[in-house]
Design a protein around this ligand. Structure first.
Ligand code: FES
Length: 508
C-alpha cells in the first residue's frame, strides 16, 4: 500500500513481528469456551476466562493481533472525543457515569496486568485531550469537559497543551495511558497458553450452530464443540440480531514520522475538526520518537485514498517540524449508531453465544472492558454496566436518530442501487496497471484488477456477505465492500470480514 519507496506498513506489526504461527486444530475440538477472533477483544476475553479456570480455545482466521488491533493508534483513554456530552443526553447522567467507570476500570486493569505479568509494552501514562484550533469549537469542548467531569473523570477545560501549535481550547483527562498493543497482546497470549488455553491461527470459523453444545465449523474442515461461544471478529461474522443495521464501518488512515524527542508531544490528542485528527508519539530510540497521526475517515470502497494519505501527511508537516515519514497504514472501525459498543448476548434468545463489536475507534479500552464484562457475565456476576453495552438494547430515535437512518440509506443505496444500470463500465483496456474496476461481463458484475505486469485477474464483484458490490481501493490494493466493510485481495481472498467466503473466481 505504500506509494513512496522506503515507507513501511504498520509500525506495531513491524516492531513486534509475528513468530511461528500457532497451527489450526489437527482434529475436531471440544472445549468449554470458543473465542472467535484473536484481536484485543478476543484475547482479553480468553485470558480472563482462562484465569477463571475455564478451558478456552481462541480461533483466529489470520494471525493474532494483526488485524485492526495491529493497526490502531494504541491510546488507552476513557475520553472518546466528545462522547460524554452526547451520552448524558441519550443515556442520562447514569449512562455517562457507567461508561466512564467501565472504560477507566479497563485501563486500570490493563495497568495491573502489565505489572503482574511484567509485560514490556512501552507503557506510558499520559493525559488525553480533545482539542479545537477553531474558537467555534470551544463551546462543545466546555460542555464535554463538564459532562466528563460529572461522569467521574479527572477532566477539565484547558487552553495549554504540549502541542507545538496553539489551540482555542481542549478537554483534558489526566492519568490515561498509551502502549504498544502487539507487545501487550502477544505477551497476554503467551500467558494464556502457559495457563492451559489454546490458540489456533489460520482457522477461519465459517458456521455456527447454537445449542448445547454450540458447534462451530471452520474452513480447515474441523469442527469445534463449545459450551459457550464469543464472536469477537471486529464486525460480527454471525449476526442473528440484525446488528448490521446498527454498525457503520469506516476506514481511517495513519501516517507515522520520526521526530526529535524534544519536539514530540507526550500526551495524546484528538480533534473532531477537519474530519478528525488524532496524534500521539511512541518511543523510537536514537533520540527520536515516532509521531503517529490518524485521520481522514471514510467509508470502505472510497477510491481517493491516495489523496487522503497526502492530505494527512500535509497536515502533519504543517503542524510539526522536523518530520521524516517512515510508516503509513490504514485501519477500520465499526461505529455503532448510538456511539456505545455492543457487548453481551449475541441475540435476544441467546443462552450461550456472545458478541463484541462497535468500538468506533476506541477498541483498546473497549476490548479490555469487553473481556472483563463477558467473563463476568459467564460467571454469573452482576456488572453495573452490562445493560449499557447490552446488544439487545432497543433502538431509540433519541439515541440513534440520524446515524441509524443515514446508515440504512447508505446500505440501501449500495444494495439496491448497485444492481441497477448503468453500472460503471470502463473498457478493460482502460484499467491501468495497479488499478481495478467493476465491469459487467456476460451480464455479471465482475471485479477486474490489472497487476503491475499488465495481467488481468477477475473475480465476482458481489460481496459474499450480503451481496453489495465491491469497489477498488488502489492505495491499499483491495476490493472493499461499502455496506459492512468486508475487504478482499485482488484474487478474491478475504482480508477482513464479516464475509467468510472469498469472492468467486470469474473467467474472462
Ligand atoms: Fe456486507 Fe459486503 S460486507 S454486503
Amino acid at each position: 500500500m505504500n506509494a513512496d519507496a522506503g515507507i513501511r506498513g504498520s509500525y506495531w506489526i513491524e516492531s513486534a513481528p509475528p513468530g511461528e504461527p500457532a497451527p489450526p486444530p489437527s482434529g475436531d475440538l471440544v472445549v468449554d469456551v470458543a473465542v472467535v477472533g484473536g484481536g484485543i477483544a478476543g484475547l482479553s476475553t480468553a485470558w480472563e476466562l482462562v484465569r477463571q479456570g475455564r478451558e478456552v480455545a481462541v480461533l483466529e482466521a489470520d494471525r493474532l493481533a494483526a488485524g485492526v488491533t495491529g493497526r490502531t493508534t494504541a491510546k488507552l483513554s476513557a475520553l472518546h472525543t466528545l462522547v460524554y456530552d452526547r451520552l448524558r443526553r441519550t443515556r442520562g447522567a447514569e449512562g455517562a457515569r457507567l461508561y466512564a467507570q467501565s472504560q477507566s476500570a479497563a485501563i486500570s486493569h490493563a495497568a495491573e496486568l502489565v505489572e503482574e505479568l511484567d509485560i514490556d509494552c512501552d507503557w506510558e501514562e499520559a493525559a488525553a485531550f480533545t482539542y479545537a484550533e477553531n474558537p467555534r469549537g470551544v463551546g462543545e469542548l466546555r460542555a464535554e469537559a463538564e459532562a466528563a467531569r460529572a461522569a467521574g473523570l479527572p477532566a477539565s477545560f484547558v487552553t495549554d497543551t504540549d502541542l507545538p501549535f496553539p489551540v482555542a481550547g481542549a478537554v483534558r483527562v489526566r492519568e490515561q495511558a498509551q502502549f504498544h498493543p502487539r507487545k501487550y497482546l502477544l505477551a497476554l497470549a503467551d500467558d494464556l497458553r502457559r495457563r492451559g488455553g489454546a490458540v489456533h491461527e489460520g482457522t477461519r470459523v465459517v458456521g455456527l450452530t447454537e445449542g448445547e453444545p454450540c458447534v462451530l465449523s471452520t474452513d480447515t474442515g474441523v469442527s469445534v464443540r463449545a459450551n459457550e461461544v464469543v464472536v469477537a471478529t471486529h464486525y460480527p461474522v454471525f449476526d442473528r440480531a440484525l446488528l448490521f443495521t446498527r454498525l457503520s464501518p469506516r476506514r481511517e488512515l495513519v501516517v507515522a514520522a520520526t521526530i526529535d524527542e524534544s519536539r514530540a508531544p507526550r500526551d495524546m490528542y484528538i480533534t473532531p475538526e477537519q474530519g478528525t485528527r488524532s496524534v500521539r508519539s511512541a518511543p523510537y530510540g536514537d533520540g527520536k520518537r515516532l509521531l503517529i497521526v490518524t485521520g481522514e475517515h471514510f467509508t470502505p470502497g472510497t477510491t481517493d485514498v491516495e489523496e487522503r494519505f497526502a492530505r494527512l501527511s500535509a497536515w502533519a508537516t504543517d503542524h510539526f517540524e522536523g518530520l521524516t515519514f517512515t510508516h503509513r497504514w490504514a485501519t477500520q472501525d465499526n461505529e455503532s449508531t448510538d456511539s456505545v459498543p455492543l457487548v453481551g448476548p449475541l441475540h435476544p434468545g441467546s443462552r450461550h453465544t456472545y458478541v463484541v463489536t462497535g468500538f468506533g475507534g476506541w477498541g483498546l479500552s473497549g476490548g479490555i472492558m469487553a473481556g472483563c464484562l463477558l467473563s463476568d457475565l459467564m460467571a454469573g456476576r452482576d456488572v453495573p454496566w452490562a445493560g449499557l453495552y447490552d446488544p439487545r438494547r432497543l433502538c431509540s430515535v433519541i439515541r440513534e436518530g440520524t446515524s441509524f437512518l443515514k446508515h440504512q440509506a447508505h446500505v440501501a443505496r449500495h444494495f439496491v442501487g448497485d444492481r441497477l444500470p448503468p453500472l460503471s463500465r470502463p473498457g478493460l483496456q482502460d484499467i491501468a496497471p495497479g488499478d481495478g474496476a467493476v465491469v459487467r461481463l456476460d451480464g455479471h458484475p465482475c471485479a477486474v484488477h490489472r497487476d503491475e505486469d499488465g495481467h488481468l485477474q477477475t473475480v465476482s464483484a458481489t460481496c459474499t456477505h450480503l451481496g453489495c458490490l465491491v469497489a477498488f481501493n488502489r492505495a491499499e490494493q483491495a476490493w472493499e465492500c461499502p455496506c459492512h466493510g468486508s475487504r478482499f485481495a485482488p484474487d478474491g481472498r478475504i482480508l477482513q470480514g464479516p464475509a467468510v467466503r472469498p469472492l468467486d473466481k470469474r473467467d474472462i
